[in-house]
Design a binder for this molecule. Structure first.
Ligand SMILES: [Zn+2]
Ligand SMILES: [Zn+2]
Length: 423
């Protein structure tokens, strides 16, 4: 009798103070629709994420929000699709019906379709505690031909990109500052993540380190031409190495916070080709499923990036300085966890490595093996690492024996990346 009553009292108390047990929410913050260079309607895309078990989505078109009146010719819609198969318009009509699909004929006799706005389609999908759309934009700036793309998540209005300043770093910094000012002006948390550093070899590890206004970058982006694994002739160019070099410079030399790593799919193609959805995502631990709570949880670092490995828990106990992970195992799959970090007395020697043609810098720096060293390895489903006090930071990389569901490369293994702790 007593335990039942006690638990009832606790439940009532919890509801009185509004305290909710934090939960994990699966989301993608980077995807494209017909509002920019994606090949499907935003409501078709949102339907894909709902069906595939996501709890939140940021549709992030280039330099635009899904607002205002926008008409496209049906011919232009069909042209964006790279794969063969049924017409995009036919699939759209089948899914939403003629009442929803708004069409007209242009003065020169071409059939046109109107893109539905964010405010129009969000009520069809949003369900409290189950699914959330977060208004987002890929702020797509650049430095001459070098693309500098930054996703702004939870925006109040469209943000203009700032382009072509004196250096790549100044472009990143100016756009990060513009997004931070936008958050202040509108009184809401807005997060900014720097996208695909290797897309056209835009950014080096040192660029990522020195623009300390940037708090997040994509450690995994599912687009086929972003080179997550780097290039053999470009030193420190895999996302994992970029991250460790940048975080080491930040903590040891700049006394700045490390970068947190995002997983996204950067999907553009929803008809079976190229940049398809579902390759990368984040799992965020938040009290509730609303835009502010999700963004604030990520700003605290309470999330991990994934390309196919799920964790039941990841936590860092500050008192015992222990990073503890619980993997959610799949039948027949094994997991290897590497605890990666840099020790305080690391070898700071660097070597200049000339870059191949097509790079934006004449050389890149190679760091010693002490930077981003593997501090421990475990095959356990509950791996843990206790810091000795000698580490600048520690993070965990969990690698599955199995390929992701929609691999980018035939030899790829599914992974999860936890955030750096202990800094
Ligand atoms: Zn981009
Ligand atoms: Zn993109």
């Amino acid at each position: 009798m007593f335990p039942f009553r006690l638990s009832l009292v606790l439940v009532c108390l919890a509801s009185l103070v509004g305290a909710a047990e934090p939960q994990w929410f699966k989301g993608n913050t980077h995807t494209h629709s017909l509002w920019s260079d994606g090949d499907d309607f935003p409501e078709m895309i949102t339907g894909w994420y709902v069906k595939n078990g996501y709890q939140f989505l940021g549709l992030s078109d280039h330099n635009t929000l899904a607002r205002g009146e926008r008409w496209l010719t049906e011919e232009a819609v069909e042209k964006k699709r790279k794969s063969i198969g049924r017409k995009v318009m036919d699939k759209y009509r089948d899914r939403f019906g003629p009442e929803w699909v708004q069409t007209r004929t242009s003065p020169d006799g071409k059939p046109e379709v109107k893109l539905r706005t964010f405010e129009e389609f969000r009520p069809m999908f949003e369900k409290p505690g189950q699914f959330l759309l977060i208004e987002s934009e890929e702020v797509s700036a650049g430095m001459q031909k070098v693309p500098i793309h930054i996703n702004a998540i939870n925006v109040a209005e469209a943000i203009e990109p700032i382009k072509d300043l004196a250096t790549v770093r100044e472009v990143v910094r100016a756009n990060m500052q513009a997004i931070a000012e936008h958050a202040l002006k509108h009184g809401r948390p807005v997060m900014a993540h720097l996208n695909h550093p290797n897309f056209r070899w835009a950014l080096t590890a040192e660029d990522l380190a020195h623009v300390v206004e940037d708090k997040f970058f994509e450690v995994y982006n599912g687009h086929p031409i972003v080179y997550n694994d780097g290039h053999p002739d470009r030193a420190e160019s895999s996302m994992d190495r970029l991250w460790d070099v940048a975080n080491t410079i930040r903590i040891a030399e700049l006394k700045a916070a490390p970068l947190f790593g995002m997983g996204t799919d950067d999907a553009h193609n929803y008809h079976g080709a190229d940049a398809s959805p579902g390759r990368g995502w984040v799992m965020v631990r938040a009290e509730k499923l609303d835009p502010n709570a999700i963004v604030e949880a990520m700003q605290r670092g309470d999330f991990y990036a994934s390309s196919g490995v799920t964790l039941n828990d990841v936590r860092f106990d500050k008192a015992s300085k222990t990073l503890q992970i619980t993997i959610a195992p799949e039948p027949g799959v094994t997991y290897t966890t590497q605890f990666i970090g840099t020790r305080k007395g690391y070898d700071r020697a660097v070597e200049k490595v000339p870059t191949p043609e097509g790079d934006n810098v004449p050389f890149r720096l190679r760091y010693s093996k002490d930077v981003g060293a593997i501090l421990a390895t475990s095959d356990s489903l509950t791996p843990s690492y206790t810091l000795t006090g000698d580490e600048l930071y520690v993070r965990a990389l969990i690698t599955s024996s199995q390929a992701p569901q929609n691999p980018l490369e035939p030899t790829q293994k599914a992974k999860a990346w936890t955030q750096p702790v202990g800094w």
